[in-house]
Design a protein around this ligand. Structure first.
Ligand code: NAP
Length: 579
């Protein structure tokens, strides 16, 4: 960065990058505390995920009563969701409503993409630059850049030769797309595809779905919000929120403590049917051993495979749509409306890329090993460079010019998913190492924003000191993130949680799998112990210093019967000494 740019930099206490739900709430919270803050946002409006992902059928997959802000009782009382799972346009209206209600837009600069952020150790500030060469000098930098905001760079041979439109689900045209009368091809069968396929199939004259790996999908049973939920929230709004946050996933899923491996077939069937009928993610909580014991996982797999066969008329197609390469829940499951039944339509065709690989795009469409497929439009629902993509695309340099890309060369390292050693005064909201994508994002966002705000208020009391994660605490936290996931089968899948969907990305389970409730308590204890694991300085003087992270949670309530398998896995991973 040149001296003139540094001179011209706009001074601000706190720069927040991103105006999704995280950036908006962070701004609101800092204003309440009287801490100066400005948001910069690449898009032209607020809403983050819900601003960009406008593809047909896009909707939230956690019930809207819980996937909405709980920090303000009046906001909560005045907003009425139209459906259990709000569609994207309604979520975007909600984001706009929140921004207007709290008068946030006057401190949000839109159409501004941050491309660099360098720590200036002499002045104790971040110098942050945009694509348009605008600069800010800020004491604190908060990255509210989203976990699933940067699409992967997937491309295909000959893609440039296809002369008609190619749409990405995550960069959908604002004016929408009408596929009426068109032959459409879609690549991918993750959540975005599973939501859009039924809608595109209704419009298109013919839809070809190119599937490489099938996913598990549960019915949303979307519709009006169940009376029991309306009543539960109306009668005790604070209690409803607290119950939602005091869970592993940040939403009420009524996890069963029984083990599938110790339950009779009739009771298993009844429990799974009940949860399937309720819909969404509820089946994830059917039994306490599903994520750990292969036999228990197989029971749920078999149940879902049966449900797929019930919905898909052609047994060969049903078989292709049934996941085989990963245990249930080890990749993020999908929630759909009519996905499987869409394959019964005469205008929908499934191409299995495992047995009929994609060779190239061409002027007509796509050639697979077996034949040519002609299209008027192609949709790429090919996913995101998750969790790290938005951060490591910024030229981000900490103390001594160390680049985040180098610090994260073997996978993202953070302390609590909140800070990175050697990158003082830089916070990530729902960053790698926090529960984030394994939870209801809004509840995780609220927890992070409130923790960061409290931390900044405490630093302000000490004349705006700087805070930094210690290298030791970061290492201990990374180890704990591994300890939390290793007992489960999650590392077995080639998931985006593992970075496996991006060629060359280090394989490492990125989110914290210990649960939002456990994590919240750890963060609370860390702060209560005077910011354990952090070094707080004012200029050259160290105000408080702790290099350890000892606020490990007690082992969560794990049924005794699962302990041998857990211990075996921890020992095999070198996370527990051999007996
Ligand atoms: P995704 O789950 O990563 O799915 C990407 C799909 O594209 C996969 O089927 C993948 O196949 C396929 N693909 C990628 N590269 C390919 C290639 N070169 N050739 C053929 N197929 C290829 O992405 P997503 O559907 O956008 O969802 C990502 C996450 O966003 C979700 O897991 C969820 O957390 C979130 N999301 C949430 C909602 C919601 O809340 N309602 C909706 C959409 C997304 P392979 O599996 O074989 O790699």
């Amino acid at each position: 960065m040149t001296a003139s740019k540094i001179q011209d930099a706009q001074p601000i206490d706190t720069l927040i990058v991103g105006a999704g739900f995280a950036g908006m709430y962070m701004l609101h919270k800092l204003r309440e505390l009287g801490i100066g803050a400005q948001v910069v946002e690449a898009g032209s409006g607020v809403g983050g995920t819900w601003y960009w992902n406008r593809y047909p059928g896009a909707r939230v997959d956690i019930q809207s009563l819980e996937y909405s802000f709980g920090f303000d009782a009046a906001l909560e009382a005045e907003w009425h969701w139209s459906e259990r799972y709000a569609p994207q346009p309604e979520l975007l209206r909600y984001a706009d409503h929140v921004a207007d209600r709290f008068d946030l837009k006057r401190d949000i600069q839109f159409n501004t993409r941050i491309t660099s952020a360098h720590w200036d150790n002499t002045e104790g500030r971040w110098l942050v630059g945009s694509e348009a060469d605008e600069f800010w000098a800020c004491r604190y930098l908060i990255l509210a850049t989203g976990c699933l905001s940067v699409p992967t760079d997937v491309t295909f041979p000959g893609i440039e030769t296809f002369p008609r439109p190619i749409y990405r689900t995550s960069r959908w045209p604002r004016e929408g797309v009408d596929f009426s009368g068109q032959r459409v091809g879609i690549i991918g069968t993750g959540s975005s595809a599973i939501q859009s396929i039924p809608i595109i199939a209704e419009q298109a004259v013919h839809l070809t779905v190119f599937q490489r790996t099938p996913n598990y999908s549960m019915p949303a049973h979307n519709g009006s919000i169940p009376d029991e939920d309306i009543h539960a929230r109306a009668s005790d709004p604070r209690g409803y929120r607290a119950a939602s946050k005091d869970t592993p996933g940040g939403f009420q899923n009524f996890g069963n403590t029984a083990l599938a491996t110790q339950t009779s077939p009739d009771e298993i069937r009844a429990e799974l049917e009940r949860r399937w009928a309720w819909g969404g993610f509820r089946i994830l909580g059917a039994f306490a051993d599903t994520a750990i014991a292969p036999a228990a996982n197989r029971i749920v797999h078999d149940f879902i495979a049966e449900k797929i066969r019930e919905q898909v008329a052609d047994p060969a197609v049903a078989e292709l749509l049934t996941p085989k390469d990963h245990p249930f829940g080890t990749k993020r499951p999908c929630v759909d409306t009519g996905y499987y039944a869409t394959f019964n339509r005469p205008n929908v065709e499934l191409i299995d890329l495992k047995s009929d690989p994609l060779v190239a795009f061409n002027a007509g469409g796509i050639t697979t090993a077996k034949r040519q497929h002609d299209f008027d439009a192609i949709v790429l629902a090919t996913g995101f460079d998750a969790m790290t993509g938005a951060i490591d695309r910024i030229d981000l340099r900490g103390v001594g010019g160390r680049k985040i890309k180098d610090h994260w060369a073997e996978g993202p390292r953070t302390y609590l998913g909140l800070m990175v050693a050697g990158f003082p005064n830089m916070f990530t909201i729902t960053g790698p190492g926090s529960p984030s994508v394994l939870t209801n994002m809004i509840n995780s966002i609220e927890q992070h924003v409130e923790w960061i705000a409290e931390c900044l208020a405490s630093l302000a009391k000490r004349q705006h000191a700087s805070i930094e994660a210690s290298a030791e605490a970061e290492t201990a936290w990374c180890r704990h993130v591994m300890e939390a996931v290793t007992p489960t089968m999650m590392p077995q899948a080639n998931s985006w949680y593992m970075g496996a969907n991006v060629p060359g990305k280090p394989r490492m389970f990125m989110p914290y799998a210990g649960g939002l409730h456990t994590y919240t308590e750890i963060c609370r204890q860390v702060a209560a112990k005077g910011y354990e694991g952090f070094v707080i300085r004012n200029g050259d003087s160290v105000l408080s210093e702790s290099h350890d992270f000892t606020s490990h949670p007690p082992m969560p309530d794990i049924p005794e019967a699962l302990m041998p398998i857990i211990i075996e896995r921890l020992m095999a991973a070198g996370l527990m000494p051999a007996a």
